[in-house]
Design a protein around this ligand. Structure first.
Ligand SMILES: [Zn+2]
Length: 488
């Protein structure tokens, strides 16, 4: 057995390859566990990940990679390259944290490390370190076997906000890749066959005229009224757009706190999501018209800024097949008794609804998903299944999937039922459970990279498919003049 998969029927070459990659990963994995823990301990918000990026860059330089830092107008974005010749294979790493999710490691009751501080509530410390371990394993294998090929590690800041990959893709940083692999921490071990929602981010700044709200209201023009009317309009729009679309907003500026002063400025920020980027753009145009209508109604002016976007995720079947094969051969993370006990402590507190929702997610990949009803930590693997459905989140991995052929896996990093973007993820992302996922992902993506390099016919087939499914050319959701924003 290798992992939990029978190796009968594989040739000697494959057995040796797997054995070699496993040995290479296990020889260095402690270093990557430490890197994950170090990034976990300095949680940094989008586009401010100076310490986290420095930790990854140091490790890449130590491993002989050349690093190009501060790319695409983003001080914390970087690309590290090793090797030469074709094919060129990329691996994506993320490392940004989320606000308000500070939490003690491995602690299943709410206990902030820093009051009101950020935390790795989406496990991007594990993501960044796992991808690093994978690219280093592939490099060590190529070196040991005197093989050609170029490897890249992409340091992608601001996945949670800011959406760094969009700017990196707009500047063409992925264009010369033949294939790209990535992963995301999760509750199961599989290759993701489901799309994600495209998303557009826009600010609507209204400006009017102040006046005494009681003595001379007729002389004022309220920007706050305009925001409110715009939102009423958008809420009516909902009935007449595709039901899969999601539109939500948050006030950025309500024009002050005095009811007796007509608000001469107000700003509302929108996310406009739909299964395809084309659909999101169409809905975006209608939202713009509503904003202009609100300005007309209130006698105010509106300045509209579309500041970033994320394409929907398009999984490449050929690469997903390579990655899925690698996962089935290597197996899932190998948890010990302490890991299971820790996961159980989180699991026991989940509500029936939370467990049910997570089981439903599993049903996409595990046909006998109900048998995981009482399993807190999933070690089993499920093969890649292409799905017509769409996950309800959004990710800027979608932009890379439009730029180049890409496959993405997930590995168990937390107890089944753990809610997304929560302090419970922060706690588990700083635990030994996350270390086991890093080891697994390094071996699986490492093996997938080697398989890709050894099979040029599959590289060609992946590109062929990519051109058919995406048109083969990345079109950035926002214009060339839009600059990254460094605050919410
Ligand atoms: Zn995430």
């Amino acid at each position: 057995m290798v992992g939990n998969v029978s190796i009968e029927g594989w040739g000697n070459h494959m057995k040796n390859k797997i054995h070699e990659i496993e040995k290479l990963v296990e020889g260095k994995e402690r270093k990557f566990f430490e890197i994950s823990d170090k990034i976990w301990a300095v949680p940094e918000l989008f586009f401010q990940e100076y310490k986290s990026a420095a930790i990854l860059i140091r490790a890449l330089k130590d491993e002989g990679f050349n690093v190009d830092e501060g790319i695409a107008g983003l001080p914390t974005a970087f690309v590290a390259t090793w090797g030469s010749g074709k094919p060129t294979i990329g691996v994506l790493g993320e490392f940004d944290a989320l606000p308000l999710l500070s939490q003690k490691a491995s602690c299943s009751v709410r206990a902030e490390l820093v009051s009101g501080g950020p935390g790795h509530g989406c496990g991007h410390n594990v993501l960044g370190a796992g991808s690093l371990a994978a690219v280093v394993a592939a490099k060590d294998y190529l070196q040991a076997n005197k093989m050609g090929g170029t490897l890249r590690y992409y340091g992608c800041p601001g996945e949670e906000a800011g959406w760094g990959k969009m700017f990196m893709a707009r500047d063409g940083y992925f264009d010369d890749l033949d294939a790209c692999y990535t992963w995301h921490p999760g509750q199961e071990n599989t290759v993701i066959g489901m799309s994600t929602l495209a998303n557009l981010c826009a600010y609507f700044h209204f400006s009017g005229k102040t006046s005494h709200a009681a003595a001379a209201p007729h002389l004022g023009r309220s920007a706050l009224d305009a925001c409110e009317i715009m939102s009423v309009g958008v809420n009516y729009l909902r009935e007449h757009i595709i039901p899969e679309a999601r539109v939500h907003y948050a006030y950025q500026d309500v024009g002050g706190s005095a009811p007796n002063v007509v608000q001469d400025r107000a700003c509302v920020k929108y996310y406009i999501r739909a299964p395809k980027i084309k659909q999101a753009k169409e809905i975006g145009e209608r939202v713009k018209e509503i904003a202009r209508g609100a300005a007309l109604i209130t006698g105010t002016q509106v300045k509209i800024e579309f500041v970033a976007g994320m394409c929907d995720y398009v999984p490449n079947d050929v690469l997903s097949g390579i990655l899925s094969d690698a996962l089935l051969k290597i197996g899932g993370p190998r948890f010990d008794a302490d890991d299971h006990a820790l996961a159980q402590r989180f699991f026991q507190d989940f509500t029936h609804e939370e467990i049910e929702a997570s089981l439903k997610e599993l049903s996409h990949t595990h046909s006998d998903w109900l048998r995981y009803d009482q399993v807190a930590l999933i070690e089993d693997v499920a093969p890649y299944v292409k799905s017509d459905g769409c996950g309800w989140g959004s990710t800027d991995v979608g932009d890379v999937s439009y730029a180049v052929p890409l496959a993405q896996m997930t590995a168990t990093c937390w107890a089944k039922g753990t809610p997304g973007h929560s302090w419970k993820i922060t706690a588990q992302s700083g635990s030994s459970i996350a270390h086991k996922a890093i080891s697994c992902v390094a071996k699986v993506i490492g093996l997938a990279i080697i398989e890709t390099i050894e099979n040029p016919d599959k590289v060609a087939a992946a590109l062929d498919e990519h051109v058919k499914t995406t048109g083969g050319k990345y079109v950035c959701p926002v214009g060339p003049d839009v600059k990254p924003r460094f605050t919410y």
